[in-house]
Design a protein around this ligand. Structure first.
Ligand code: FES
Ligand SMILES: [Fe+2]
Length: 322
């Protein structure tokens, strides 16, 4: 069946990662494609890696409102503005036209769509809503401290939708069948506060260093960003992001950290590898499954329905069957 028939979801709105800060290219202007759009990320100031001034990041639609040049091709950053390569019109971080080199005043109508940005937890985030007038409706907190040390990272592109992949976290039964864990974990408390959803659960984890019973606390800040604390014998923290590339593809980033405790430092890398292994195991299922709007659930699977009800709020003006 055509890809988009596998699930009925439009693109969700919220905060999404445009990339990890330390993976941003050296060039001040780069092109990315998310939400079915060509976008440019541009940086004013240093790259922040050499102890210099913290740079500020902007995310723009890629096409110049003058005559449509792609702002990721040949443009430069000058005096805090993005300068289009084609006729050198300059655009401020808010997307307004600052100057036209061959006119005595800027064009007030010329405005590039500029997305609100925030740097959190090592990620450059941008707020995406189809309606440019809808301002960010929630915040993503910074959870990483100076003590956090990375133990592993992974990035995947998956032919699926964020909701299908996120549903995995409340699908306790699959941890046994797909991930080979000895028993099914349990969902504890679910706390919903608008876009923010907090779930505690237990799970077993197989690692090269043995099987661990883990307590999890997972917080989703809308569809695009999540923070999960795994308390095994030490705490490992996963910062995850899911960014729609188009209706059928998402880009998922996992970065795992420990905060200095000795056991977490020892098992961190093995644990990060296990989390990535589990994700790899899910991919063939996600990429071939379809969304069941009225699923036949076992009594213990109510969390799936709750999850879907929460997820529905991120689809603008479109009713999605739960
Ligand atoms: S197309 Fe960008 S300045 Fe003309
Ligand atoms: Fe899974």
């Amino acid at each position: 069946m055509p890809e988009t028939d596998r699930f009925p979801f439009p693109l969700p709105f919220g905060w999404f990662a445009a990339g990890r800060l330390d993976e941003m290219p050296d060039a001040p202007v780069t092109t990315v494609r998310y939400h079915d759009k060509d976008l440019v990320v541009w940086r004013d100031g240093g790259d922040g890696r050499d102890g210099g001034d913290a740079p500020s990041y902007n995310v723009f639609d890629a096409y110049c409102p003058h005559l449509g040049a792609h702002l990721g091709v040949g443009s430069r950053v000058d005096d805090g503005c993005l300068v289009c390569a084609f006729h050198e019109w300059t655009f401020r971080p808010d997307g307004t036209n600052a100057a036209i080199p061959y006119a005595d005043r800027p064009n007030r109508k010329a405005r590039v769509r500029s997305y609100p940005t925030a740097v959190r937890n090592g990620l450059l985030l941008f707020w995406h809503h189809p309606d440019p007038d809808v301002a960010p409706a929630w915040e993503v907190p910074e959870v990483l401290t100076d003590d956090h040390v990375e133990v592993g990272r992974h990035t995947w592109t998956v032919r699926s939708a964020w909701q299908e992949v996120a549903e995995n976290s409340v699908d306790m039964a699959h941890f046994r069948s797909v991930h080979g864990l000895e028993r099914v974990g349990e969902i504890g408390a679910v706390t919903l506060d608008g876009a923010v959803r907090n779930v505690t659960s237990t799970q077993l984890f197989n690692t090269a260093r043995g099987t661990f019973e883990g307590a999890l606390e997972s917080t989703s800040y809308g569809p695009g960003v999540g923070v999960t604390h795994f308390d095994l014998m030490g705490r490992v923290t996963l910062v995850s992001s899911t960014t729609p590339v188009d209706r059928d593809h998402i880009e998922v980033r996992f970065t795992l950290y420990h905060a200095g405790d000795e056991i977490a430092a020892k098992i961190g890398a093995a644990f990060a590898a296990e989390v990535s292994r589990q994700f790899d195991e899910d991919i063939p299922i996600w990429e071939s499954k379809r969304y069941e709007p009225s699923p036949a659930l076992a009594p213990s699977e109510r969390a799936v329905t709750e999850f879907r009800r929460w997820a529905a709020q991120f689809y603008p003006d479109v009713a999605v069957a739960t």
